[in-house]
Design a protein around this ligand. Structure first.
Ligand code: ATP
Length: 267
């Protein structure tokens, strides 16, 4: 099987040498094969977002290497890596351009990593393609191609962002609590869409969630982080048969403390 992502000894300390020094990642080793759909859980400050940020190239590495589909991207800038990655954040405002039409947003996503922007306009082919894509969301957006994205609801925007993030079949999809800001019903819809897109296309995916039930239900593999490293990695049938009490117990065993994540307690 093809290795899609390989982290070797990835280390990150923020504010080194100051009173606010924080060891956010402490030598993470992690390998994902093509099609792995990995859910990521962990308490407050465990290093989950930092892990995704390091993969995306938001911060430089202190030590270690990151390989994407066999290419060492450790020293590539964030825009250089963006060509290979799809990313959806928690904030629905972040992934789309509010002042632009739905169709224009899709066209931008399609041209990601290419030099020429929208200068040549949206092609006739795209005008046919986009409504079909939007229809797969089941949100009625296919009839609103020229509507400004700022008019959409949070859930509609996250669904559109997901479509945009996966439009060019990225080598790796990074989802950072992408349904946490939505109401439960909309969150479920966006999660169902996520599962559909990821499994249909076999996208290699890392999905942070504070919802342990979702972490167990979705994907083929689950990792738990604590104090900047992966402390538990489970897959296949063993993962499917897990329960939330199992996970909490596992956490206590390995960390010697009680699992604490504010957002988990609120949900
Ligand atoms: N840019 C930054 N500057 C300084 N410290 C940071 C920065 N980003 C993260 N940290 C610190 O690194 C540690 C790991 O943070 P991170 O956001 O990765 O945790 P997390 O597992 O995503 O937590 P949560 O579930 O609370 O969002 C925390 O102590 C955090 O305060």
């Amino acid at each position: 099987m093809t290795t899609m992502l390989k982290l070797s000894h990835v280390t990150k300390t923020f504010n080194k040498g100051t009173v606010t020094e924080k060891r956010a990642l402490t030598g993470v080793n992690l390998e994902l094969v093509e099609g792995d759909f990995v859910t990521v859980i962990g308490g407050n400050g465990a290093g989950k977002s930092t892990l995704l940020n390091m993969i995306a190239g938001v911060y430089p590495l202190d030590a270690g290497t990151i390989e994407l589909d066999g290419t060492d991207v450790s020293h590539m800038t964030e825009p250089q890596r963006a060509k290979f990655l799809g990313r959806v954040f928690q904030d629905p405002m972040r992934g789309t351009a509010a002042d632009m039409q739905i169709a224009e947003n899709l066209a931008l996503a399609k041209r990601r990593g290419q030099k020429r922007g929208l200068a040549w306009g949206i092609s006739a082919e795209e005008k046919e393609e986009y409504p079909k894509l939007l229809a797969t969301l089941g949100l009625g957006l296919e009839t609103r191609m020229s509507a400004k994205v700022g008019l959409l609801s949070g859930g509609q925007r996250q669904a559109l962002t997901l479509l945009m993030a996966t439009l060019t079949n990225p080598k790796l999809l990074l989802l950072d609590e992408h349904t946490a800001a939505l109401d439960p019903k909309t969150a479920k819809k966006v999660l169902d869409l996520t599962e559909q897109i990821v499994t249909e296309r076999g996208l290699t995916t890392l999905m942070i969630t504070h919802n342990m039930n979702d972490a167990i239900r979705l994907g083929n593999r689950l990792i738990m982080m604590h104090e900047g490293n992966v402390i538990y990695d489970v897959r296949g049938e063993e993962k499917k048969s897990l329960t939330v009490p199992d996970l909490l117990q596992k956490f206590e065993e390995v960390s010697g403390g009680e699992f604490a994540n504010d957002r988990m307690l609120l949900s």
